[in-house]
Design a protein around this ligand. Structure first.
Ligand SMILES: C[S@@+](CC[C@H](N)C(=O)[O-])C[C@H]1O[C@@H](n2cnc3c(N)ncnc32)[C@H](O)[C@@H]1O
Ligand code: SF4
Length: 461
């Protein structure tokens, strides 16, 4: 049990979860502020830890965020000492360390050449992770802070089957097959409304991403009907085709005809045993053939893998990394397994238990960098094993700008479909307004007019 007199209960809980799992609580005792001193008190299992900080100067918001940073840093130091455990991301509980670093540099608070040191000193982030953040900032070349440039996202929350680790809201095709045509009708209605907003507000669409779920679960005819409405002249147009068992030559021809430049084919692992265990109804051989077809058709390809999958040890993961490098896709994304409440694996996790995951991830990241890949975006998820991270890599100049824009929140993303969240970025005012569509396909179909009206309101602000 942790007791505190600070107001940062939620954030402290998030940090303590990494040390103790879910079976503990943080309790607010009282708030104590005396003249120009703040006495932050943290009690862990009956032992008192008191911190005496000078009150930082500046506006209230800034003061609060500095206090939060210090409280979390103190809590981290206490827990790290008690539990004899060092976390790679130290006291940083957020999901976007690169956005934090970018904001510190852009606001002039920290010089870019001092960012590694700053992240180490203020958040106890390890040197290796702080260096990774600074490398990523250098590799993110395409950010343009111009409110007239937007990205466009379409969500297809449908999959051929459910993977055991997944907690995304996405329905199995067999359960929603009778709704798919109606869903496409509504999507097209929303896309047309968005096209009107784009014309009226003189916006320019820079990048398009059709994600999910698994959009390639749609038939070739359905894909053609949908993509025929996404008529923007962009350089970058990605379609998530993650499950190779959904890819056919006919569908790839449709994507090519509709201007798609990049697709994702996600092995997750190159072990057929693991693929079976995690409920992906494809083999590594399916990945190989889908990939060669995609390369033959001239698509850029991204591949996702996950480290920490049930039953996998270091040897299997190394084999996956080596196979990935043999294939040499334009982009690759290394995820660390996140054990989320909404997933089947959360309730049945007897196969988990890899204990050197930090070392394995670090080695995997170094191996792909040595093979010529550069890291260009990074995010963390809740409940990731050892509180680690996901990193996207590119080779040559094949960056996916949409991924950067969405992770760094530097550009407006207009998103349509069930579960889609539109983020309107106001760069000058340094603020973001959001509009979330309802999450489930049946609700979305019923409430499509309301979703469109909300979107119109957001762009009339
Ligand atoms: C939104 S999913 C869509 C991808 C596509 N449906 C597929 O499965 O190939 C994007 C990626 O997130 C990763 N992912 C999903 N659930 C995860 C989890 N619980 N832990 C770590 N990575 C996860 C997977 O690598 C997946 O390819
Ligand atoms: S991992 Fe991908 S294919 Fe599997 S259930 Fe989640 S979104 Fe669907």
């Amino acid at each position: 049990m942790i007791k505190t007199n600070t107001e940062f209960q939620k954030e402290m809980e998030e940090l303590a979860v990494v040390f103790y799992g879910n079976d503990f609580s943080v309790e607010i005792v009282h708030n104590e502020e005396i003249y120009n001193k703040l006495y932050e008190k943290i009690v862990v299992n009956g032992e008192n830890f008191e911190f005496d900080y000078p009150l930082p100067e500046g506006n209230q918001l800034k003061t609060k965020s500095i206090r939060k940073r210090r409280v979390l840093y103190s809590l981290y130091m206490v827990l790290s000492k008690i539990e004899k455990k060092v976390l790679p991301w130290g006291s940083f509980t957020g999901i976007r360390p690169t956005a934090l670093a970018r904001n510190l540099i852009e606001s002039g608070e920290v010089k870019d050449y001092l960012i590694v040191e700053y992240l180490q000193n203020e958040y106890a982030i390890s040197y290796e992770k702080a260096l990774l953040v600074s490398k990523i900032l250098k590799n993110q070349k395409g950010i343009i802070r111009n409110d007239n440039l937007v990205d466009f996202y379409v969500n297809i929350p449908i999959c051929p089957s459910r993977c055991v680790y997944c907690s995304f809201i996405s329905s199995e095709l067999s359960k929603v097959n009778n709704l798919v045509e109606k869903y496409l009708d509504c999507l097209i209605k929303e896309i047309k409304a968005v096209r009107k907003i784009i014309t009226e507000k003189s916006l320019i669409v820079r990048n398009v991403y059709i994600g999910g779920g698994t959009p390639s679960v749609l038939t070739a005819e359905q894909l053609e009907r949908l993509l025929g409405e996404v008529k923007f002249s962009t350089n970058e147009f990605t379609v998530e085709c993650g499950r190779p068992d959904t890819i056919t030559e006919e569908k790839l021809d449709v994507l090519k005809k509709c201007g798609v430049t990049r697709i994702c084919i996600n092995p997750q692992t190159f072990s057929n045993l693991t693929l079976k265990r995690i409920g992906r109804k494809h083999t590594k051989e399916d990945v190989f053939s889908a990939y060669s077809l995609a390369v033959e058709k001239g698509f850029k390809v991204n591949m996702d893998i996950i480290i920490g999958l049930p039953g996998e040890k270091e040897f299997t993961i190394n084999k996956t990394i080596n196979t990935l490098l043999d294939l040499y896709p334009n982009n690759l994304t290394i995820h660390t397994l996140s054990l989320k409440r909404g997933s089947d694996l959360f309730f049945n996790n007897e196969c988990l238990g890899i204990n050197n995951i930090e070392k394995i991830l670090s080695k995997a990241e170094k191996t792909v960098m040595n093979a010529g890949y550069k890291p260009y975006y990074l995010y963390r998820q809740k409940y990731q094993l050892s509180s680690l991270e996901n990193v996207g890599f590119y080779r040559d100049n094949d960056i996916c700008q949409f991924n950067i824009d969405s992770m760094e929140e530097t550009s407006t993303i207009i998103a349509v479909g069930a579960g889609a969240i539109t983020k309107r970025v106001f760069n000058l005012e340094n603020k973001i307004e959001r509009q979330a569509n309802v999450k489930f396909i049946d609700d979305y179909i019923k409430r499509i007019d309301e979703m469109i009206a909300k979107k119109q309101n957001l762009f009339n602000l």
